[in-house]
Design a protein around this ligand. Structure first.
Ligand code: 3PG
Length: 400
């Protein structure tokens, strides 16, 4: 996929699909990582004389209608600070006024367009809406890997209407993910946690075929233990996923991938901060208790497994990491992955909302080789699915 960093951008209007869908509470941005990373990539383009017309969605406004709660105008001050230039605002994102504003942009200036999802044509991947957007720029740049799993007008249809390029953040994500899964330095290990097997069936089925080891954690591990006949007490597990567990195990066997489950676990009667807990064998959860984390022996085994691997892929916490003391195995294993990475002994790639929160809690995100800014797109990529936004860029490159 051609990168915009290699293109001649001087004086050109770049129509950039960003993902500025940041979390916000009471009108305040609670995590501006996406804005910072996007702006960091755009800065050199502005310096080279590009003009930026920035497209993004924000939240999931109802049925393609205007909802002031989701106006991207609220993001403008943070975006402007991060880019280091004043940012104009086009509202609505298509039409004569927006076109005139885009035409009036001077070299090194930026314009932010109102929420794409205020128009039903966006999520419908409507060609007419994409054509209206295309009138705002000379070149299309997709810099939103985290939206690439959506076949929307601004990520899919539009790539056929203008010369299309990958933005710096998109390029960075694709390179990191390919390093971790398409051509990993072996042996490779994937840590897959989270509460439910049912939400990660496709992820597990794809990963067992592509990596050498999979560590299963969180509530998902409980379902594997349950399938082996372990008593669950009050533990979260999915009794209806026993057959799925069998399928995943068979696929892993055929592919020569080893599955690792905790041999001991942290069990508590209450899911409450600093609740009393016991360390018990994984097949001996008391009737009135629930499994909330992997135990210390399991952790030590996982740590030494990581030390034997050259590539570490992480998605999902190992325990109920949002509540102390059930965050311990996630935090300590994350620190091991970070140490190995710092020493140059492993490449580590992580992604998914909970995972990033856990790595931040362990204060190790900065030590990982790469932390993806994507949630849903990262998961679909782990499932081995074709992401429409990436496929559209590839299609445009082949057609050019
Ligand atoms: C995300 O936050 O994962 C992306 O911005 C995609 O948002 P969506 O799930 O509303 O399409």
């Amino acid at each position: 996929i051609p990168s915009i960093m290699d293109a001649d951008v001087t004086g050109k209007r770049l129509l950039v699909r960003a993902d500025l869908n940041v979390p916000m509470e009471n009108g305040r941005i609670t995590d501006a990582t996406r804005i910072a990373r996007f702006a960091g990539g755009m800065r050199p383009l502005l310096d080279r004389g590009a003009r930026l017309v920035i497209l993004t969605h924000f939240g999931r406004p109802e049925g393609g209608s205007v909802d002031p709660l989701y106006s991207v105008d609220a993001l403008r001050p943070a975006l402007s600070r991060a880019l280091g230039v004043g940012v104009g605002f086009a509202e609505p994102c298509i039409g004569k006024t927006a076109e005139a504003q885009a035409r009036a942009l001077r070299t090194g200036q930026a314009l932010l367009c109102e929420n794409l999802r205020f128009h039903a044509g966006e999520t419908a991947n409507d060609r007419a809406f994409a054509m209206a957007l295309a009138r705002l720029g000379d070149i299309y740049v997709n810099d939103a890997f985290s939206c690439a799993h959506r076949a929307h007008a601004s990520t899919e249809a539009i790539a056929r209407l203008l010369p299309a390029f990958a933005g710096p953040l998109m390029q960075e994500e694709l390179t990191a993910l390919a390093t971790a899964l398409d051509a990993p330095k072996r042996p490779s290990v994937a840590i897959v946690g989270g509460s439910k097997v049912s939400t990660k069936i496709a992820v597990l089925k794809n990963l067992v075929a592509r990596v050498d080891h999979v560590i299963v954690g969180g509530g998902m591990a409980n379902t594997f233990l349950y399938a082996d006949g372990a008593p669950m007490g009050k533990s979260l597990h999915e009794a209806d996923q026993v057959a799925t567990v069998g399928e995943i195990r068979a696929l892993a066997r055929d592919a020569g991938c080893e599955l690792h489950l905790p041999g001991d676990v942290v069990a508590a009667c209450d899911f409450a901060p600093n609740a009393r807990y016991d360390i018990v064998p994984a097949d001996a959860c008391p009737e009135d208790a629930m499994i909330l984390d992997a135990g210390p022996r399991a952790l030590a085994r996982f740590q030494s497994l990581l030390a034997d691997c050259n590539t570490i892929l992480w998605n999902g916490p190992l325990g109920a990491f949002e509540m102390q003391p059930f965050d311990q195995s996630t935090i300590l294993l994350a620190q091991t992955a970070a140490d190995l990475t710092r020493q140059g002994l492993a490449v580590s790639v992580a992604g998914g909302g909970d995972t990033v929160a856990a790595l931040n809690a362990a204060d190790v995100a900065h030590d990982f080789t790469y932390v993806s800014s994507a949630g849903g797109a990262f998961l679909e990529w782990l499932e081995g699915r074709t992401l429409p936004g990436v496929a559209a860029l590839q299609g445009a490159a082949e057609a050019a």
